[in-house]
Design a protein around this ligand. Structure first.
Ligand SMILES: *Cc1c(COP(=O)(O)O)cnc(C)c1O
Length: 357
C-alpha cells in the first residue's frame, strides 16, 4: 500500500536535519519545536499550534481542554476509532451520528438528530483527505453551544469551501504526523491547533503534567505528551514539500476515478477540498475486487472494517445504536494504493485493474 523509503531516499535534507538536531544536544521543548509550531500555525491559518506525541493524544488533549466535564462527545463511527479512543480516555461519553451516503462524512444534516443540550462537542473527521463541510457544522453547533473539534489527521492542507484550510474553521483541531499521513514524521508526532488563547493555554498545560508553572500542577488531567525536537525538525523540513505531494496524490486519485469500471464507485475527490490521503472505492463485493487486484499484484486494505460501535471492546456500550449508512459502508469499501512516490507503471497498473473489473 505504501513505500515510505522512497520519500526519504530522495531527500538528503531530512537526514541532514536529523544529524544537526542530534548534535545540538537539545532534544525536547527546544528551538525546533518552537519553530515548527510557528510554521504549522501559519500553514494551517490559526493563531496557535502545539506539538504533542501523536494524533490520538492531540484529540484527547483537545477534548480535555475544550469540552465541559459531564457532557457527551459526538463523532462518526467510520473513522478508525481514534476519536472514540481519545474521548473515552479523556473521560467523556461518546455518541455517534451517521454519515452522508455520498461522502461518508458527517454533515450538519446527519448530526442534527443526535445533538441536544447534553452534547458538549462534535468531532468532525476530514476522512480520506476530503474536507467536511465544517462551516455548516460550526454554524449548527455554535447555535447550540457545542464545541467543534476538527480531526485533520488525514487531510492536512485540504481547503473548505470558503478557502480556509481544515483545522482553522472549528474551535480546535487535531493533527497526526504518523509516517503514512500526508505529512509524516519518522515516528510518532501530533499537534493541536486553535485560534483561542484560552484553549491553547490549557493545551500547553495538559501536555506537560498540568503544570501552570515549573513543578506546579495547577490543573487536573495533565500528562506528558511532547513532540521530539528531531520530529519537529523533520516535519518542518517536509512541510515545504507538502503542497506538491498533495497535488500528486490528487492527480493519481483523479486518474483512478476516470479509469474505474461501472461496477466501482471511487469516493468523490473534489479539487482542492481533497488531498488524496486514501483512495477508497465502493463496490458490491469488496473481497472479490480484492482478489482481482491481488491477481494483478496490487495490495488493498479496508479503512475501516469495523465501525466503532461494533468494536469487540466497545459494542456492549452501544447495543441499541444503529447507523445504517456507516454499517453498509463498512461492508462495501476497499482502499487501493495511493502515495506520491508511486511510479507511472504502478499507477497505470492500478488504473488497468480498476477498469477491467
Ligand atoms: C491516524 C489517525 C489518527 C491518530 O493518529 P496517531 O498519530 O496514529 O495517534 C486520528 N484520527 C485519524 C482520522 C487518523 O487517520
Amino acid at each position: 500500500m505504501n513505500d515510505l523509503r522512497r520519500a526519504i531516499e530522495a531527500s538528503t535534507a531530512v537526514q541532514d536535519v536529523v544529524a544537526r538536531v542530534v548534535a545540538s544536544g537539545w532534544w525536547l521543548q527546544g528551538p525546533e519545536t518552537a519553530a515548527w509550531e510557528e510554521d504549522l500555525s501559519v500553514y494551517v491559518g490559526t493563531e496557535f499550534a502545539v506539538g504533542v506525541s501523536s494524533g490520538t493524544d492531540a484529540l484527547e488533549i483537545a477534548i480535555k481542554s475544550a469540552v465541559e466535564v459531564g457532557k457527551a462527545v459526538v463523532t462518526a463511527a467510520n473513522c478508525g476509532g481514534y476519536s472514540t479512543t481519545a474521548a473515552l480516555r479523556a473521560g467523556y461519553a461518546v455518541r455517534y451520528a451517521d454519515v452522508d451516503e455520498e461522502s461518508h462524512l458527517l454533515t450538519a444534516e446527519t448530526l442534527q438528530p443526535v445533538l441536544d443540550e447534553t452534547v458538549g462537542a462534535v468531532i468532525v473527521t476530514h476522512l480520506y483527505g476530503r474536507a467536511a463541510q465544517v462551516e455548516e457544522i460550526v454554524r449548527l453547533c455554535h447555535s447550540m453551544n457545542i464545541v467543534v473539534i476538527e480531526d485533520c489527521a488525514q487531510a492536512i492542507g485540504a481547503l473548505v469551501a470558503d478557502g480556509r484550510r481544515v483545522g482553522s474553521v472549528g474551535d480546535i483541531a487535531a493533527f497526526s504526523f504518523y509516517p503514512t499521513k500526508n505529512l509524516g514524521a519518522l515516528g510518532d508526532a501530533g499537534a493541536v491547533a486553535t485560534n483561542s488563547l484560552e484553549l491553547v493555554t490549557r493545551v500547553r498545560q495538559l501536555r506537560q503534567y498540568g503544570w501552570t508553572a515549573k513543578y506546579e500542577i495547577g490543573i487536573p488531567g495533565g500528562r506528558n505528551s511532547r513532540v521530539d525536537e528531531i520530529q519537529a525538525a523533520v516535519l518542518r523540513t517536509k512541510l515545504s514539500g507538502l503542497e506538491h505531494a498533495n497535488s500528486k496524490r490528487r492527480s493519481i486519485l483523479e486518474r483512478y476515478e476516470a479509469a474505474a469500471s461501472k461496477r466501482i464507485r471511487v469516493l468523490p475527490a473534489t479539487g482542492v477540498q481533497h488531498v488524496g490521503h486514501l483512495a477508497v472505492v465502493e463496490v458490491g463485493d469488496p473481497s472479490d475486487l480484492r482478489d482481482h487486484l491481488e491477481r494483478a499484484g496490487i495490495s488493498s486494505d479496508i479503512h475501516y472494517p469495523i465501525p466503532d460501535h461494533k468494536q469487540p471492546a466497545l459494542r456492549s456500550m452501544y447495543t441499541s445504536v444503529s447507523l445504517p449508512v456507516t454499517e453498509k459502508a463498512a461492508r462495501s469499501i476497499l482502499s487501493v494504493p495511493l502515495f506520491p512516490e508511486m511510479t507511472e507503471e504502478e499507477i497505470s497498473s492500478v488504473c488497468t485493474a480498476l477498469s477491467t473489473y
